[in-house]
Ligand binder design. Sequence first.
Ligand SMILES: C[S@@+](CC[C@H](N)C(=O)[O-])C[C@H]1O[C@@H](n2cnc3c(N)ncnc32)[C@H](O)[C@@H]1O
Length: 332
Amino acid sequence: MSFPMPPALTAAIESLATGRRQGEMAQRSASISASYRQGRNSQAAIASPDDVVAYLSARMPATFAAVSASLRAASELMPTFAPSSLLDLCAGPGTASFSALSIWPEISSVTIVDTNPHFLIAAQKLGEACGFTGMRQAKFLQSPLEAACGELERADLVMMSYALVELDPAKIAELARRIWSRSSGLLLFVEPGTPEGHRRILICRDALIREGARLVAPCPHTAPCPMSPPAWCHFTQRLPRSRRHRLAKGAEVNFEDEPYIYLAFARSGVAHRPSGRIVSRVRLAKAGVRFTVCGECGGLAHENVSRRDRDAYAKMRRAGWGDALLSASSVE
Ligand SMILES: C[S@@+](CC[C@H](N)C(=O)[O-])C[C@H]1O[C@@H](n2cnc3c(N)ncnc32)[C@H](O)[C@@H]1O
């Protein structure tokens, strides 16, 4: 499944980019990506409206796709979840909000928190252009999350995407507990699918399991994560690259694969409990299908489904990395 950004959002980004020189934007995108790869934060990487436009062209389609895939995975297990309020923390240009609104356009209350004024101005402009009422009427709060957290009203859906990597690791557990206290429904973290992204997701996982929060996805268990270095849990989401996206990245192929990791906790409304989740590529070979499953007992199993087992083979050859394994008995 692919998650392209809504056409009105793409058009709004095109319009913000109009008049800016393509070569310069590509250079900015490259230096923003290099800066993130070196572990520098957005305060350093995004220091002007031009930097924001470069981020919107080069990074936002991928973070949008990763957040959308994560929301889909969580909502698949909570089919009746229908949020009306949304808190987007460390929101940048509002990527996670646009993703949530694409799934639940009826969300009427949106609060966007970030320290970076350039990102907040862009989020507001994109919100005005994109046609979602919730986004047009959104509240924008320029503040460090640590200072704002206690003042924020609880929301049905609380999200934080690609930001744990910018926070002090020693403060993440406490902050995760404070963020959880702001959620009355679903809390979703999404991070880059890197060893460091996974490490920070695990800090939140441990803290919130101890807090008694209900883990929805991706893990089918609350035992310690069985992936140990050099392996780390992550998924990939393929996304199409528009011409502007290709130019911004100096890339030739018309798609990219975004590695990401996510974590979803809920207060209630979880209807399905998967017996496992596929945590590797699904490899099709002559003899059958091979993949790795993280199971409900907390262990990894390398599965091999033979072509001779026709029903199982027919089912698994269509399965993909990140899919939950559901059976009739997984309905709660
Ligand atoms: C890589 S950007 C991700 C933006 C957006 N969530 C996305 O997925 O595209 C990280 C964002 O976190 C924000 N941020 C980092 N530390 C923060 C803090 N302590 N309080 C509020 N915002 C913060 C940055 O300003 C930046 O907008």
